[in-house]
Structure formats: C-alpha cells, structure tokens
Design a binder for this molecule. Structure first.
Ligand SMILES: [Zn+2]
Length: 79
C-alpha cells in the first residue's frame, strides 16, 4: 500500500512511502480518535492507496504553529 502525505493547508505533497502493511502503532494512528482518523486519513482501497493529511514544514512555520504544542505533536506523530 502506498501512503501519501499531503499538506491539508496548501495541498503540497509532503511525502510518499510504500509499505506492505499499515502498522497503526508505528504510524501513530492508534493514538487518534475515530473523528481525527476520519479527518486525517482517507483510504482508497481500490487503488490500495492511503492519504494522510498533515501540514508541511512551510505551513507549520507560516501559520506560526511551530511553538503550539498540540499541533506540533499531531504533525510529528504522523511523520
Ligand atoms: Zn503546506
């Protein structure tokens, strides 16, 4: 399965990785609530692709979120 990381703010592709199996613990997805998962993760099972919405470094900086604990934590979790 391919996992695409996309910036939810500017839409830039952040990263793409390919895995045999999605390890929810390794990716930190097990820490998300069901609502957060629905917001952040979109799965296209036909194409075997998973989209993960996060924030790119530029947006984190331009939004001034770098020092905001909660968001930073969330983003780090997904990287
Ligand atoms: Zn961005």
């Amino acid at each position: 399965m391919k996992i695409y990381y996309t910036c939810e703010h500017c839409g830039e592709a952040i990263d793409m990785i390919e895995v045999d199996k999605v390890d929810e613990v390794k990716f930190g997805f097990d820490c998300l609530t069901a609502d957060e998962r629905q917001d952040i993760i979109k799965i296209d099972s036909l194409a075997n692709v998973m989209y993960v919405y996060s924030l790119c470094d530029e947006c984190i900086e331009s939004l001034g979120l770098a020092n905001e604990g909660e968001t930073e934590q969330k983003v780090n979790l997904l990287h």
